[in-house]
Write a protein that binds this ligand. Structure first.
Ligand SMILES: NC(=O)c1ccc[n+]([C@@H]2O[C@H](COP(=O)([O-])OP(=O)(O)OC[C@H]3O[C@@H](n4cnc5c(N)ncnc54)[C@H](OP(=O)(O)O)[C@@H]3O)[C@@H](O)[C@H]2O)c1
Length: 320
């Protein structure tokens, strides 16, 4: 079943015409608690702060939960006032949720009932930086430059997503203090085993879907490309949804959101600026798929013992 307050009674394919011919499901207006009593797995896709109003009660009902919001992403309750401006009302539940990034938490996902799906910009940043963290190459602050399309801010229209304001614009909407920094630091610290810090500047750009993150870390020794290939391959070599977009020639030498659109792939690349001993880590995803629903489905597949790629092997659209 699928619910929507504003579209209750409408066919899902009327609201999402791309699904015509795929489903005759009709949106209902059931409260999450009612849905939870009828399903095996509940996917919550509501804004931050709304999810936590329902999850504590639903968690006691024995249903599995996959939550898209940030309400259960951070392990440390003290991080909620820092990054979201509110005290967490159910801090005991935080340790029960697994961060839904299969490439980093596959084993934990196999035995959990509760998944918290990562933030979209956080995903691109973590995917590209985690191998460096694991290899002990992040000794100072990881610096993330993020560019994101308008769907990253949800489907409620606003002046910042209005076409005539958005078009031809590169708007730096968060030069510092972006709330995804909390989860980036959390995950890089887990991977590296030491407390790791990050900073980010985020830009809205003239796209609907897609994220590109270009991150920098400064290293204290000469790092070569062969070493970096080893670092990245050892972490992701067998991952079904991670691709290295590192073509020595042609137009697409590095990741570009255009190449992952409509797919569950994360494209990664890296480079070295020997002049200042800077490693550049590049990541690109479709924020609505690998940055949201795709990781939710992949996590569910692992949690349920399904084939991990089930329902996710869409090739990216070639937009030319
Ligand atoms: N957009 C992305 O790229 C992205 C990526 C990763 C994670 N996320 C997270 O996933 C969640 C959903 O994202 P979204 O982009 O779909 O957000 P959204 O468009 O802002 O909200 C999704 C839906 O939630 C319902 N809703 C709105 N306010 C609500 C409230 N106060 N209580 C209950 N339901 C409410 C509305 O559906 P109805 O009116 O139809 O019920 C709305 O269409 C958010 O927590 C977001 O941060 C988003």
């Amino acid at each position: 079943m699928a619910t929507s307050q504003q579209h209750s009674g409408d066919y899902v394919f009327r609201v999402n015409p791309n699904l015509k011919g795929f489903t005759d499901l009709v949106f209902t207006n059931d409260a999450p608690e009612e849905v939870a009593s009828k399903v095996d797995i509940l996917f919550m896709a509501v804004p931050h702060g709304s999810s936590v109003e329902h999850v504590p009660k639903i968690a006691e009902m024995g249903v599995k939960i996959i939550d898209m919001s940030a309400d259960f992403r951070l392990k440390n309750p003290a991080d909620y006032p820092t990054w979201y401006g509110w005290q967490h009302p159910a801090p005991d539940l935080l340790s029960k949720f697994v961060y839904g990034m299969p490439e980093l938490h596959r084993e934990e996902l196999k035995s959990t009932h509760f998944v918290s799906v990562p933030g979209c910009i956080a995903s691109s940043s973590i995917y590209s930086l985690a191998p460096l963290a694991k290899a002990g190459l992040i000794n100072g602050v990881a610096i993330v430059d993020a560019k994101i399309g308008s769907s990253g801010s949800g489907n409620k229209p606003s002046i910042s997503t209005h076409f005539s304001e958005r078009y031809n614009s590169v708007r730096i909407y968060s030069p510092s203090g972006h709330r995804h920094i909390g989860e980036i630091e959390q995950e890089l610290s887990i991977v590296s085993g030491i407390k790791t810090t990050a900073t980010m500047s985020a830009h809205s750009i003239n796209m609907v879907r897609g994220i590109l993150t270009t991150s920098s870390v400064f290293v204290d020794h000469d790092v070569g490309m062969a070493e970096l290939w080893k670092v990245y391959r050892s972490m992701y070599g067998k991952e079904p949804f991670v691709r290295f977009m590192m073509d020595p020639s042609g137009l697409y030498k590095y990741p570009d959101p255009k190449l992952v659109m409509g797919s569950n792939f994360v494209d990664l690349g890296f480079a070295i600026d020997q002049h200042v001993k800077r490693v550049v880590a590049i990541g690109s995803i479709d924020n609505l798929i690998k940055g949201a629903a795709g990781n939710a489905i992949q996590s569910m597949n692992i949690m349920e013992g399904f084939e991990e790629r089930e329902g996710l092997m869409m090739s990216p659209m070639r937009l030319v």
